[in-house]
Structures are given as C-alpha cells and as structure tokens.
Ligand binder design. Structure first.
Ligand SMILES: Nc1ncnc2c1ncn2[C@@H]1O[C@H](COP(=O)(O)OP(=O)(O)OP(=O)(O)O)[C@@H](O)[C@H]1O
Length: 121
C-alpha cells in the first residue's frame, strides 16, 4: 500500500511538472474544464459523457507522453540532431491526432445543442 501511495506521488509530480512547464497542457486542462461545464449545462447523456471523458483523458495522456518524450530527447540529444527532431515531431503528431478526434467529438456532441440554444433565444 505504501509503495502504491509513493507511485501516485511520483505520478502527481509528473502532472505538476507538465502543468508548470507546458503551456499546451494548461490550455488542454482549461478546455477540459469548459467541456465538463458544458456537459453539466446541457445535461448530456451517459454515452456522451463517456466520449467527453475519454477524449479529455486521451488528450491529457498524449500531452504527458509528449512532454516525457521531449525531456528524454533533450537528455540524450541536447544538441541539434535530425533524428531527435523527428522523434519530437512524431510525438507532437500523436497529440494532434487525438486533438482532431476531440474537436470532431466535441462538435458532434455540443454543436447541435449550441445551435438549438441559439435558435431558441
Ligand atoms: N535536438 C533537436 N534536434 C533537431 N531538431 C529539434 C531538436 N529539438 C527540437 N527540434 C525541432 O524543434 C521542434 C520543437 O521542439 P521543442 O523541443 O521546442 O518542442 P515544443 O513542442 O515546442 O516543446 P515545448 O512545449 O517544451 O516548448 C521539434 O518538433 C523539432 O522539429
């Protein structure tokens, strides 16, 4: 049990490092909070909550992995190296793929509700 709590502590240290150093991670956290607030406001269904929470977790998870990859690349290749740059580019691309999934999912869930609200006003 003590080991588990220690591991959670290390994971929280990782999250706080990403939050302190990565502007993208802070923006993604802010957008996630807005999505949760919109979910509550529009009273979305259980399956819609499933998609929203899945996308939030995927985006934050990929950004954390990307931050780890960047730190690892900087450690093993502090100077300019074409391969090091490619590793970072591919890692950033993985974040972009999940971000696109999130934008599409958000549009499918929230856009009709927002349009309905505008028409009702
Ligand atoms: N060591 C390197 N060698 C070659 N190209 C690099 C190297 N480090 C970074 N690059 C190139 O610069 C881009 C940006 O790298 P950087 O480490 O600034 O990533 P970032 O996403 O801007 O990170 P951060 O969010 O920490 O600012 C990389 O995607 C890559 O194309």
């Amino acid at each position: 049990m003590k080991k588990f709590i220690r591991s959670v502590g290390f994971a929280l240290k990782g999250i706080s490092y990403a939050f302190a150093t990565q502007l993208n991670f802070r923006i993604q956290t802010f957008v996630a909070l807005i999505a949760i607030a919109m979910g509550l406001y529009f009273n979305i269904s259980a399956s819609e909550w499933h998609w929203v929470t899945l996308c939030i977790a995927l985006v934050l998870m990929m950004e954390l992995f990307n931050t780890g990859v960047e730190a690892l690349v900087d450690l093993v290749s502090p100077g300019y190296n074409e391969l090091a740059g490619r590793v970072k580019d591919v890692s950033a691309a993985a974040v972009l793929v999940v971000a696109l999934l999130t934008i599409i999912t958000g549009a499918i869930i929230f856009l009709p509700k927002i349009l309905l609200l505008i028409h009702a006003a």
